[in-house]
Design a protein around this ligand. Structure first.
Ligand SMILES: Cc1cc2nc3c(=O)[nH]c(=O)nc-3n(C[C@H](O)[C@H](O)[C@H](O)COP(=O)(O)OP(=O)(O)OC[C@H]3O[C@@H](n4cnc5c(N)ncnc54)[C@H](O)[C@@H]3O)c2cc1C
Length: 430
């Protein structure tokens, strides 16, 4: 079957990989010159079930209200007129109950564990190298009360089989010696030995190269302009370079799955939540963190990419705005320099901002949407690297008409249940 995959970020590239593995003919279309050039370009790199707590929670609501109009908080919220934002916000608020937060966390962690197993399989199948670091992640707490709360909250993860160990600063320094000179600055940490990290951009591009070498078409520098439909069927994609016809189509456009979907009546509750990252080169004499982690007090994440350290922070509601200015990184840099004064060459930093494709529940959206040959793999929010390989496999299974090995019933687009059975006999031309 010929399948047009719209988007060459983590979601689209891994969908193409799994479709190819199943014997299909994927064609990937992306407006950028290289895969992983939008949100998958500069993320923190954490592959981390330990980081999968629901964003929507009773505490998040209070933080959101406190942040209105401020520019110095980890959560930044600018009042805006966009009605799509307000619809999204209303749904987010509905997810802020204790029960809903637990429900979403359980599903997020389950998808993390499944996806991590799929990542290991893909690495074995392809041999791609992407600066992988295993051995766990450390979630550092400065305040004893916050550590206590974090430890209690981690019980939900422990019940799902994720090992989470509470460690003293001295134990943390034994796990990663970078903390030795600063053990008096934090109260302790939660250590998640199963968490990993790696360079998502490198991984995506390596997989795209692997596929290209085997004949899969990546139509780069090609912008999708329109999706043409007839009745319950997608007929073709019109781009600035021509058109693409296929048997099936997959929307893997990150934040733009929502805007493109809207043009054909597909409602996807995905809204951009902007984040910022700083990448600094490491020279031999530096002392960077070896394991990835999060400074839970200053809310920034970090990972070691071998030759670089990546630092990321901030959740900002600013619409589809990719811009950034030096002052956006001031808080992140101050906090990072304080924790890791010698992590790398801060004067050579590369600055970036990206848009997390967030759903109100922070769960991704899979399955068919409105049309019998249109599939969605989008809305991966702050976990799209961790979930990439699982989401690709799940999407390929759904397209094949198979029950995915991981239960995604809570993540299916509502239209999935009402459409005609799939696969149907193919009549597409190319
Ligand atoms: C600051 C930050 C830190 C993060 N940290 C982590 C982390 O540590 N761990 C983790 O698991 N996740 C993390 N994430 C989340 C993760 O990066 C995203 O969930 C993931 O990259 C989303 O991938 P995607 O393929 O859905 O979207 P994208 O990577 O945005 O891919 C969508 C693609 O669609 C293309 N496109 C869009 N519109 C069109 C069009 N009209 N025509 C043609 N092409 C089009 C774009 O060019 C793009 O390549 C982080 C995100 C941010 C912003």
């Amino acid at each position: 079957m010929r399948v047009a995959v719209l988007g060459a970020g983590l979601a689209g590239t891994m969908t193409a990989y799994e479709l190819f593995r199943d014997g299909h003919e994927p064609i990937v279309i992306d407006r950028r010159s290289q895969p992983a050039s939008e949100t998958s370009y500069g993320n923190a790199g954490m592959i981390a079930p330990g980081h999968a707590f629901s964003w929507a929670s009773p505490a998040a609501l209070k933080t959101l209200l406190r942040s209105i109009g401020r520019n110095d908080t980890a959560l930044r919220f600018k009042l805006q007129a966009d009605p799509h934002f307000w619809r999204w916000a209303l749904r987010f608020v509905r997810n802020c109950t204790t029960n809903r937060a637990a429900y979403n966390t359980v599903r997020k962690v389950g998808l993390c564990l499944y996806s991590q197993s799929q990542l290991h399989r893909v690495v074995e199948e392809t041999g791609v190298a992407y600066g992988a670091v295993s051995g766990g992640a450390l979630y550092l707490h400065r305040d004893p009360a916050a550590l206590e709360r974090g430890d209690r909250n981690a019980d939900i993860m422990r019940r799902l089989g994720v090992e989470v160990r509470r460690v003293t600063p001295v134990e943390a320094a034994r796990i990663d010696p970078v903390y030795l000179p600063i053990i008096d600055r934090f109260a302790g940490a939660l250590y998640v030995p199963g968490d990993e990290s790696g360079d998502a951009r490198l991984f995506t591009r390596q997989i795209a190269d692997w596929l290209t070498a085997r004949g899969v078409q990546f139509r780069m520098n090609e912008s999708i302009q329109r999706i043409e439909t007839s009745g319950k069927h997608v007929g073709r994609i019109v781009t600035d370079k021509g058109e693409v016809q296929a048997d099936a189509y997959v929307l893997a456009l990150g934040c733009y799955a929502a805007t493109v979907g809207r043009t054909i009546g597909v409602d996807l509750p995905i809204y951009p939540v902007k984040g910022y990252s700083v990448t600094i080169p490491i020279a031999g004499r530096n002392n960077p963190p070896h394991l990835s982690g999060v400074d839970e007090h200053n809310l920034f994440a970090f990972a070691n990419y071998g030759e670089h350290v990546r630092l990321t922070a901030i959740a900002e509601f600013a619409g589809y705005d990719w811009s950034h200015k030096p002052s956006d990184f001031a808080g992140l840099l101050t906090a990072a320099r304080e924790l890791f004064p010698d992590a790398g060459d801060y004067d050579q930093a590369e600055f970036w901002a990206g848009l997390r494709p967030m759903t109100p529940s922070a769960l991704p959206i899979f399955g068919r949407a409105r049309y019998d040959n249109l599939w969605v793999n989008a809305g991966h929010g702050h976990m799209g690297w961790t979930w990439a390989c699982g989401s690709g496999r799940i999407t390929a299974d759904l397209i094949a008409g198979k029950e995915p090995a991981h239960d995604v019933s809570s993540m299916l687009h509502t239209a999935q249940r009402t459409l005609a059975p799939w696969p149907r006999s193919s009549n597409a031309s190319s």
